[in-house]
Design a protein around this ligand. Structure first.
Ligand code: AMP
Ligand code: GLY
Length: 422
């Protein structure tokens, strides 16, 4: 198979490695890729949001399959444009990607499907939103409806904080047009789990679950980030919960999306809260999580490309994917300043020594290569340093041994990834 992978982060480095290991693969391109992905794919300088150029490249190079990593091209209609050109795409249509692109749409669909979630309401009018918050009391969660780079959610401890969030999102429009509508939700408590299922429009199979660390600082302190580390499987999530999530969250959502004429194909990422009464849905994403993808793919014993292809062709029923019982863990190394303005251009060395630690794997996310071959940091989350081992403790120790082999003065990481499970 000739495959085009869209994206250039740590998630796509993990995807490229697994796709490159498939006996089905004949040629792999990545747009735009990165220096790590270049070990497995030919990188082509096309941005992930340049839909016409991506479609033209896939058509001109007779790609059999386009695998889309990030959500932005999906919400912009990449899958639809590829379908119109007769090219198979792993990733949902723009209409189905609204499950991530609009929090109100996600809650409408999942409420109609009877999915266990949070009590919620949507508002286009700030005065009505304030009245609702006062009536419900705190804690309460205020969310900008649209995509806001992961920053549009405020978990408010007081009514005052919730009212300030309404003013920021709806009136000051700190996240732009995505704040024209807000969703206000009951605050769920418990442990968060990221769960992934492969979907072909009508059928779904579970992949694996992982736990992410969203705050920038040790002990879950400081601002939210895209994720500072992850491990899989999460001890709080057992096989009975997996079956429960498939039966009560994934399958009913797929059925409701199909009933609306917008079937979901791709990977459905359920952000779950494992509450005292079982798993409840916080939100859906329409793509693999990053860094969760690195953690779960380190545990995959099977052919990822065959699985993605089966999802695209409606053949999930026959799919048998194996998962290692050995846990995996990924530590994200970010550039000083992240999640604010990250330091750029610092040189990175020692990745070969890091990768040589038994069980360790290096994923590149925000890296670039200078003309002289030097690897430099470019972006916030720059490296994912992972390991798989017979125990989570051993995986953590190997991952941190690999982190310590990296020579990157501008980089930092959390030192407590996995501690909740240990
Ligand atoms: P999101 O950007 O939708 O992933 O939300 C960011 C984070 O906000 C989630 O990972 C949760 O930690 C938190 N969150 C969102 N919705 C809720 C909720 N209803 N109850 C508690 N926490 C929530
Ligand atoms: N790590 C969370 C995400 O990918 O959205």
């Amino acid at each position: 198979m000739r495959v085009l992978l869209v994206g250039g982060g740590g998630r796509e480095h993990a995807l490229s490695r697994s796709i490159a290991a498939s006996p089905l693969l004949t040629r792999l391109w990545a747009a735009p890729g990165n220096p790590g992905i270049a070990e497995h794919a030919e990188c082509v300088p096309i941005g992930v949001e340049d839909i016409p150029a991506l479609v033209a490249f896939a058509r001109d190079n007779a790609a059999d399959l386009v695998v889309v990593g990030p959500e932005a091209p999906l919400t912009l209609g990449l899958a639809d444009a590829l379908a119109a050109a007769g090219i198979v795409c792993f990733g949902p249509s723009a209409a189905a990607a609204r499950l991530e692109g609009s929090k109100a749409f996600c809650r409408e669909v999942t409420s109609a499907a009877g999915v266990p979630g949070a009590e919620w309401a949507r508002f286009d009018d700030p005065a009505a939103a304030r009245a609702y918050v006062r009536a419900k009391g705190a804690p309460i969660v205020v969310k900008a409806d649209g995509l806001a780079a992961g920053k549009g959610v405020v978990v408010a401890a007081t009514v005052g904080e919730a009212e300030a969030a309404i003013a920021d999102i709806m009136e000051a429009r700190v996240h732009g047009a995505s704040g024209a509508t807000v969703v206000i939700e009951e605050c769920l408590t418990g442990q968060e789990v990221s769960f992934f299922a492969l979907c072909d429009g009508t059928d779904a199979v579970p992949l694996a679950a992982a736990q992410d660390h969203k705050r920038v600082g040790d002990g879950d302190t400081g601002p939210n980030t895209g994720g500072m580390g992850a491990y899989s499987p999460p001890p709080v999530f057992n096989d009975a919960m997996r079956d429960d999530v498939m039966n009560r969250i994934i399958h009913p959502t797929l059925a409701e999306m199909a009933r609306r004429g917008t079937p979901f194909r791709g990977v459905l990422f359920a952000g779950l809260m494992v509450t005292a009464t079982g798993p409840r849905l916080i939100e859906f994403n329409v793509r693999f999580g990053d860094p969760e993808c690195q953690a779960i793919l380190m545990r995959l014993d099977g052919d990822l490309l065959a699985a993605l292809d089966a999802a695209c062709r409606g053949r999930l029923r026959d799919l048998a994917l194996g998962w290692s019982a050995d846990p995996s863990l990924v530590v994200v190394m970010a550039a000083r300043g992240y999640p604010g303005t990250p330091a750029k251009g610092g040189t990175i060395a020692g990745l070969d020594r890091a990768a040589a630690i038994p069980g360790a794997r290096v994923f590149q996310a925000g890296t670039a290569r200078r003309a002289d071959g030097t690897l430099v940091a470019q972006g916030g989350r720059v490296l994912g340093i992972g390991a798989r081992a017979p125990t989570l403790r051993a995986a953590r120790d190997a991952a941190y041994a690999a982190v310590d082999a990296v020579e990157w003065p501008d980089g930092f990481c959390r030192r407590d990834i996995g501690s909740r499970a240990l």
